[in-house]
Design a protein around this ligand. Sequence first.
Ligand code: SF4
Length: 285
Amino acid sequence: MSVVSKKEFNEKIFSNIYNIINEYNLIEKGEKIAIALSGGKDSVLTLHALNNYNEFLDFDLIAISVDEGIDNYRNYGIETAIQNAKELDIKIIQKSFKEEYDFNLDDVYSNFKSACIPCGVFRRNILNKTAYELNVDKLATGHNLDDEIQSFLMSFARGDVLKFSKFGPKLDMIHPKLVPRIKPLWNTLEKDVGMWAVLNDINIHLEECPYSYLSLRAKIKEFLNINEDKYPGLKKNIMESFKKSLKVDLENPPVLKNCDLCGEPTSSNICKTCEILDLISISRS
Ligand code: SF4
């Protein structure tokens, strides 16, 4: 690909991201935005895109990395996250499961059908608590269009329609301790994220998580990729259907309360983090 094509590609991918930021008013002047930075291609593009967007709007950026404790995997991602943050002169706060819960994901994953269940719950808990303590206005994640469709189909397959309210490029404040989330890559295809990283020779962590193959998400991802090749436009069509159902659901946002045990926001009396921690402590006693 010529230099001009690379320039055009970069302009296209960044303007796509900026359009989502503008259309959904994801960031406002003077805000403090935290980025969940794993070192993977999506979070690294989010970091670069928001850093570039600072040209048009004045706001503060900080990064948060979470080490789940996956041996021979996440340590490389964290290294990449630190290098990217350093290169862009963005402060990074490092957190870990070990420091927060006194175990690594590797120590407890076998108690669950999929390692992704405790991993996702604990990571979201740490990210939200850290963002809240840092007093940021919003937490940006690297969810791309493929991730969003996968999550949508997973909730659909599980009959968990309550989760639909978590979709969309922006999750507004629905509890005083829940930091609003934004997804600047909401409209960006995963293959374009990969292309951006390759074309620009960006330092990203490329390895697949050793636990990912067990997840429902991995199976849905494979199904979508195979069928997108056979029926081009399938992903965008699912996204369009999804946007229609999103409109309906946003009229009834969920009501959150405080967890009886830790006080964090939850839709039940006990939050998922405490529920899973209890399960782990029983299995380890
Ligand atoms: Fe965690 Fe699953 Fe992602 Fe691995 S694939 S980092 S276990 S959520």
